[in-house]
Design a protein around this ligand. Structure first.
Ligand code: HEC
Length: 143
């Protein structure tokens, strides 16, 4: 039987899925987010996103087997949009105020709230984080 494993995902709420533990599947445990440099998209990506989306952005991070919905391959956002990087869409999906389907399933955390909390409500810091993450994802696009 597969060994039970834990993945730490920074988020606001603490929640553990008891059903998954019972089935001995990898489980996601949400922990308070650590501080990162708001001007480094790469550092934030590594800290907050790679666990699900993978270091290379292709959606196969270590926690991906525990997700109900597969994490998006972030490297083909431009390719799947006629070659143009959908900057606003990406920004809004990270912020979490548009209808990303997984919001219902809570698989994709609502980072806007996490970052607002991290910056103690400083909205310019929140948007700096969202902008720099969006730029980092843009830099990962396959041609
Ligand atoms: C706990 C796992 C998890 C973490 C951590 C996570 N994501 Fe996601 N993300 C998902 C899942 C699952 C989806 C797919 C949502 C869907 O298809 O409805 C997704 C979707 C997205 C999308 C939407 C793509 C689209 O089609 O519009 C973007 C952009 C994204 N994530 C960026 C990020 C960024 C940036 C971070 C880090 C700040 C991050 N994600 C962290 C699980 C995660």
């Amino acid at each position: 039987m597969r060994k039970h494993s834990w993945f730490l995902v920074p988020a606001l709420v603490l929640s553990v899925s008891a059903a998954l533990i019972a089935q001995n599947k990898p489980t996601i445990k949400q922990v308070p987010p650590s501080r990162t440099n708001a001007s480094s998209g790469a550092e934030m990506y590594r800290t907050y996103c790679a666990v699900c989306h993978g270091m290379d952005g292709k959606g196969k991070g270590p926690a991906s087997p525990a997700l109900k919905v597969q994490a998006t391959d972030l490297t083909v956002m431009a390719k799947n949009n006629g070659g143009k990087f959908p900057e606003l869409k990406v920004y809004n999906s990270i912020r979490g105020e548009v209808g990303v389907a997984a919001h219902g399933s809570k698989d994709m955390p609502i980072w806007g709230d996490v970052f607002r909390d991290l910056g103690r409500g400083d909205s310019s810091e929140t948007s700096l984080r969202l902008r720099n993450l969006t730029k980092h994802i843009e830099s990962m696009q396959t041609k």
